[in-house]
Design a protein around this ligand. Structure first.
Ligand code: SF4
Length: 743
């Protein structure tokens, strides 16, 4: 009757719909087995924790989960939750969270892990699990797993929903056991004296190929036992009822045949049990004759092609939302998550950028937030819900009076349904509480987390009644993590100052809540870049807040910046200041170029690139006296050439499709410097110097200056005789840096 590999007591699971009488059946069956000399343990797996009440003379015993909640796991003792009831039966209640919170299924798993760890079943001959069968999650199915139940009983009456639940349990068992493995002992028919009840249960049992192993009469004895706070087996009389349980106990201790789970489809169930047939939603047309079928085939829609597997998500929405939210520097961001999610996110926000830049001697451009906390969800929060603890954390956070408290949900809190939105009611006049239900990767990936968080923060914080001011702009859509953000913002502030303007709010980078509240003070917005996400954010702000944007993105290179400054000047009515600013910048850039010419004049340059605008760097090279000998464009997408608008450059520009052509040109031209989009390849194999063009250059007038200054250093080194074939490779110093910071 059981798997040969299994040792220990015989484990029996009694499943049935809530309220069908499975606890009464379990308690009386335990009693009958105990009366037959068996050592019995009954484990109640219903969060209502009333399975063993009748065996315990009405005493409510502490549940495993309540106990584990109050005692640290290493100190927990099984004696605290194991009680001895009537006939020496061991009684345990797994317990569960309050209705509507946490995850009861997870609770069952936790309780079983605890009981297994403490080998609680070892001294018994029989273990009876009393399980709620109309909860269909994996946690409630744990007792049905093969490492637990050796035999499974289905308790049902003739009510359709009870039979429906029994059929569902069979589906669960088949998922574990497949079509042939035998573990179902049969149906326990608990009569309610309904019309055609016997017929329904009988038809169901026959259809699923199971015997009715016990038929309980509708008896006042059960109510009588309830009143006495005991099980029926303890009462005087009621011989017929007792005989049923004794008979079942004999079967269990004897040769109990087992059967495979063969559940019915819903339609079969209705037809067999209720004797009804489902009507199709719409009349099915008669099959066309062969010739008609051929004619209509041409116009029929093509058969649906199998969809490819979904690709993995890039990060998770929780991670993205947190990365965006920490840029509100005076807000307190609380990750409602296990520690590991917060750690992973924290690493993502701070570590790669910080370590990389710090180790290479560049200070972190913006202080990465010290205001990111975690609600430390653990086992108990996953089972009972984490809201109570989180609420206390938010209340404590509010006492610190941050600009806002932002709560972000993770997979775990999302799955168990913690309602973080309810925390918004804790908002005070000074500090709003803002819920971002990112729900980990359930709601999307990293980018969608950033987007959703920005939308929520805008809706919750931006003051629609803010009075517009004449002299300020907002910067919108900075990358969440980029080492260009701060230098660009410094340069932007300086440009704006030159025009008599100021930066009102960065949405969202290093901003305070008050600045975001006053977002609409700025009559004009500037987009950092024209990425798809930024264009979406722009559309959102235009639609929801009527924002106006300067066309384009932050300009790169001198000429693009000059045009951009003119547009800004025209908008704010300060064209003269704009022209004066451009003149000043031109003089400064020319002075820089003059200094560079001493080393770079006459050097030849070859550029191999994808089809991107490169005038910002080529014009700087030419200003420093270099000659552009050839530009090879790898235009894989066959889009119109946009690499340069300069006629001289276009005259030496060629679209290339192979590395061979590049090699040929380099051999022929023997340039002094080869520029590429990425390191390595042909550029690295010659007597020339090579360098990469930054994919995300600094904005404004001096975008190219740091790059061209680097070439100057490289040529000076080379002229001095040091063989510096590459741009320097800061990683070469990592050994020293490691010793300095970590060894
Ligand atoms: S995917 Fe879910 S579990 Fe993983 S880090 Fe994100 S929130 Fe946490």
């Amino acid at each position: 009757m059981r798997e040969k590999s299994k040792e220990g007591p015989l484990e029996l699971a009694v499943y049935g719909k809530g309220g069908i009488g499975k606890s009464t059946v379990s308690a009386n069956l335990s009693a009958a087995l105990a009366m037959a000399g068996q050592r019995v343990l009954q484990i109640g797996c219903d969060p209502k924790h009333d399975s063993t009440r009748l065996l315990m003379r009405g005493e409510v015993i502490p549940t495993v989960l309540d106990y584990l909640r109050s005692v640290p796991a290493p100190e927990a003792k099984v004696e605290e939750v194991l009680r001895t009831g009537a006939f020496g039966i061991g009684c345990i209640e797994a317990g569960g969270p309050q209705p509507g919170v946490g995850c009861a299924g997870r609770g069952i798993i936790t309780a079983f892990e605890f009981l297994d760890k403490h080998r609680v079943k070892a001294p018994y001959d029989q273990v009876i699990y009393d399980v709620l069968g109309d909860v269909v999650c994996g946690g409630f199915a744990v007792p049905v797993r093969r490492e637990y139940a050796d035999a499974i009983f289905l308790v049902t009456s003739g009510e359709y929903m009870a039979i429906y639940a029994a059929n569902n349990i069979l589906r669960g068992i088949r998922n574990f056991d497949g079509e042939t493995h035998r573990r179902v002992a049969g149906v326990i028919f608990n009569r309610r004296n309904l019309t055609d009840e016997e017929g329904r249960v009988g038809r169901f049992a026959r259809a699923v190929g199971l015997p009715i192993v016990a038929e309980l009469p509708r008896s006042p004895g059960f109510a009588h036992a309830e009143e006495q706070g005991c099980c029926l087996m303890e009462l005087e009389g009621y011989g017929e009822e007792k005989a049923v349980f004794r008979g079942l106990a004999e079967k269990i201790t004897g040769e109990l045949p087992l059967w495979p789970a063969r559940p019915l489809t819903d339609e079969e169930l209705e037809r067999i049990v209720l004797g009804t047939t489902r009507q199709p939603a719409a009349a099915v047309p008669a099959a066309p004759a062969d010739t008609e079928r051929k004619k209509s085939a041409a116009s029929a829609p093509a058969p649906e092609r199998p969809r490819p597997d979904r690709p993995p998500l890039y990060g998770c929405a929780f991670n993205g939302a947190a990365t965006a939210a920490v840029h509100l520097t005076d807000a307190l961001v609380i990750a409602h998550s296990p520690r590991a999610c917060a750690f992973y996110t924290w690493q993502n926000i701070s570590s790669p950028g910080r370590k990389n830049l710090f180790n290479r001697g560049i200070l972190m451009p913006s202080a990465i937030s010290p205001h990111f906390e975690c609600s430390d969800m653990d086992h108990a929060s996953a089972v009972f819900g984490g809201m109570e603890k989180l609420r206390r954390q938010v209340e404590a956070a509010l006492e610190r009076k941050p600009g806002a408290v932002i709560v972000i949900s993770s997979c775990v809190s999302g799955i168990i349904g913690d309602d973080i939105r309810s925390l918004e009611a804790l908002s005070t006049p000074e500090t709003p509480v803002i819920a971002v239900p990112a729900d980990g990767d359930i709601s999307g990936d990293y980018v969608s987390g950033i987007r959703d968080c920005l939308h929520i923060l805008a809706e919750k914080l931006i003051d629609r009644g803010a009075e517009p001011e004449k002299d300020c702009v907002n910067l919108v859509g900075e990358m969440a993590i980029s080492y260009n953000n701060e230098p660009n913002v410094r340069a932007l502030r300086s440009l704006l100052e030159g025009l008599g303007l100021r930066l009102n709010c960065r949405f969202l980078g290093d901003a305070r809540c008050e600045e975001l509240r006053g977002f609409l003070k700025a009559p004009l917005n500037i987009l950092d870049s024209e990425s798809a996400d930024n264009l979406e954010l722009k559309a959102f702000l235009e639609e929801r807040f009527g924002c106006r944007f300067l066309p384009g993105r932050l300009p790169v290179g001198f000429e693009a910046t000059a045009a951009w400054v003119r547009e800004l000047g025209a908008f704010f009515g300060c064209t003269e200041r704009a022209e004066a600013l451009i003149r000043r910048e031109r003089e400064a850039v020319e002075a820089d170029a003059k200094a560079l010419r001493r080393t770079l004049f006459g050097r030849t340059l070859v550029l191999t690139t994808i089809n991107e605008d490169m005038d910002w760097i080529l014009s700087a090279a030419k200003a420093a006296g270099m000659k552009v000998a050839w530009v090879g464009v790898m235009n894989y997408l066959r889009t119109p050439l946009r690499v340069s608008r300069d006629r001289e450059t276009l005259a030496v520009t060629e679209e290339v499709t192979s590395g061979e052509r590049i090699r040929e040109q380099l051999e022929r031209l023997q340039p002094d410097l080869v520029l590429t989009n990425y390191a390595g390849g042909e550029a690295a194999r010659g007597s020339w110097l090579s360098d990469t063009v930054p994919s995300s250059p600094l904005a404004f007038f001096r975008s190219a200056l740091p790059v061209v200054q680097r070439w100057e250093t490289m040529f000076r080194e080379k002229d001095r005789g040091s063989v510096l074939r590459e741009k320097g490779g800061a990683w070469k110093h990592d050994r020293e840096l490691f010793q300095k910071y970590f060894a």
